[in-house]
Design a protein around this ligand. Structure first.
Ligand SMILES: C[S@@+](CC[C@H](N)C(=O)[O-])C[C@H]1O[C@@H](n2cnc3c(N)ncnc32)[C@H](O)[C@@H]1O
Length: 251
């Protein structure tokens, strides 16, 4: 069973409110510093609503972005001066086609886990490789599979309860059940929000592909990349048995 990967409008609309809260404390400085330290142009694949992109541009980075979801790109464009709109495109990472090459390409926050099929994973790695300047790097992250969660699933966990604007309530509930053979987490996100004194509910079902360490290493060896290093956290600490993240740096 394959579920849609394109983020729907209500997910894009509330993305910043939720993920600035639940994600930015862990990965923000890592990716922003990588972008700002880059000696040449940078591409963010799966740029989303621009969690890094906007700050990077404001700090004079030469950065472009692509994303498969028109809804996410729309939210990003609404936040960007029109002179920068040419820097972002709706594109699939697996068939990347950009007019220039990059010193650094990044895919922050599980972008690669949106590719369930091995052929797409290899196409994505090789398309990225083909868009790197000599000596360039590709950095992406995945979560380390949590075996307890895979076994038990998640039942309607309330992972956000706040306001999206002053006085306007937003809650999100997440459920997950895993298929360990095909290494897929089937996720249902339910959004409940208030607007004009009415309550709205919308649901999105999608899947994330999870990777074990040596599958990831074999995949990288089958790609065009010449070398790689997998770190275990956003300080680039080595992998340990307690690591929660795979941070993959490919050359
Ligand atoms: C969790 S969001 C991360 C967005 C952003 N990088 C961030 O850190 O906030 C994953 C993004 O990957 C995009 N995506 C998923 N599959 C993709 C593909 N095949 N090609 C390009 N973008 C994709 C989604 O549309 C979504 O915007």
């Amino acid at each position: 069973m394959s579920l849609p990967n394109e983020y729907p409008d209500f997910f894009a609309r509330f993305y910043d409110v939720i993920y600035d809260h639940v994600r930015s404390s862990s990965d923000h400085d890592y990716y922003l510093n990588k972008i700002l330290e880059s000696k040449g142009p940078v591409l963010e694949v799966g740029v989303g609503t621009g969690r890094f992109f906007i700050e990077a541009l404001n700090r004079r980075a030469d950065i472009d972005g692509i994303d498969i979801s028109p809804e996410m790109i729309l939210v990003l464009k609404q936040k960007l001066p029109s002179k920068h709109h040419k820097r972002i495109k709706v594109q699939d990472l697996c068939t990347l086609k950009m007019p220039r090459k990059y010193e650094l390409i990044i895919a922050p926050f599980r972008v690669f886990m949106h590719l369930p099929e091995v052929n797409d994973q290899l196409s994505a790695l090789n398309s990225v490789y083909d868009h790197l300047l000599p000596g360039g790097k590709f950095i992406f992250d995945l979560f380390v599979p949590n075996l307890k969660m895979i076994a038990e699933g998640v039942d309607n966990m309330n992972d956000f309860n706040g306001e999206y604007e002053p006085g306007k309530k937003l809650q999100r509930f997440t459920s997950m059940n895993a298929d360990p053979v095909n290494q897929l987490s089937y996720v249902t996100f339910t959004f409940v929000w208030t607007e004009n004194d009415k309550e709205y509910t919308e649901e999105w079902k999608t899947q994330l592909r999870f990777f074990f360490r040596y599958e990831l290493e074999h995949l990288l060896c089958r790609s065009k990349f010449k070398s790689y290093h997998i770190y275990g956290d956003f300080s680039e600490g080595e992998l340990t048995r307690d690591s929660k993240e795979f941070i993959v740096v490919c050359k």
